[in-house]
Ligand binder design. Structure first.
Ligand code: GSH
Length: 193
């Protein structure tokens, strides 16, 4: 979505996590950490963390800005993206990875197998519910997650809401700001990326 929002031409190779393709020898040559995404740059350098990929692309293609332009915009976007990652993505991942039979011993991504802790799944569900409340409150007062302009925080939050369906945590009917915002996000061409 980040690449699509900036209209950056790129080759997209899908790694099917449901088939365990991230663990294959071929993919380990690209990312020995066995996680997606991985961005192989034109210089042949591989970047494997979202924050690094976003920083690199924003520096190389400042238009359209997704990490903010003024010092305060940058601060607000970094703040909200962190909240979306920690309160949102981490909670959904905790809930799914520690409960799904298909993820037995895959409680954390990466090359090592890690056993599930069912209590973490319960905590993840609870935290995800709280996060949706926080997000709805923020979106009641702001057009986008981090303020007046679309940013990486909207991308992360969109992924959180979609990810939430896997653990059956969806925005409540009375979270109207969150629902309205999600509708706008789904209508953006980058949503299909
Ligand atoms: N490195 C990424 C996140 C990596 C990650 O956790 N990716 C998950 C998919 S969302 C993954 O690759 N999972 C592989 C697995 O479950 O084995 C970041 O910067 O946030």
């Amino acid at each position: 979505m980040f690449l699509a929002e900036k209209n950056i031409e790129h080759e997209n190779i899908q790694i099917d996590l449901t088939k365990g393709e991230q663990m294959s020898d071929a993919f380990r040559k690209i990312n020995p950490g066995c996680t997606v995404p991985a961005l192989v740059t034109e210089d042949g350098v591989t970047l494997t963390e979202n924050a690094g990929i976003a920083a690199y692309l924003e520096a190389l293609y400042p238009e359209v800005p997704l990490l903010g332009t003024t010092p305060m915009e940058k601060a607000q976007i970094a703040t909200w993206n962190w909240r979306c990652e920690m309160g949102g993505l981490m909670s959904a991942a905790e809930a799914l990875r520690n409960s799904s039979p298909a993820m037995k011993d895959r409680a954390l991504p990466g090359p090592k197998n890690i056993p599930q802790i069912p209590e973490l799944a319960e905590r993840g569900l609870m935290k995800l519910g709280w996060f949706f409340k926080t997000l709805d409150r923020q979106l009641s007062a702001n057009k986008y997650v981090a303020g007046d302009s679309y940013s990486v925080a909207d991308i992360t939050a969109t992924v959180v809401v979609d990810f939430g369906r896997w653990v059956k945590v969806t925005p409540q009917e009375d979270q109207t700001a969150l629902l309205e915002w999600h509708g706008r996000m789904k209508a953006r061409p980058s949503y299909k990326a």
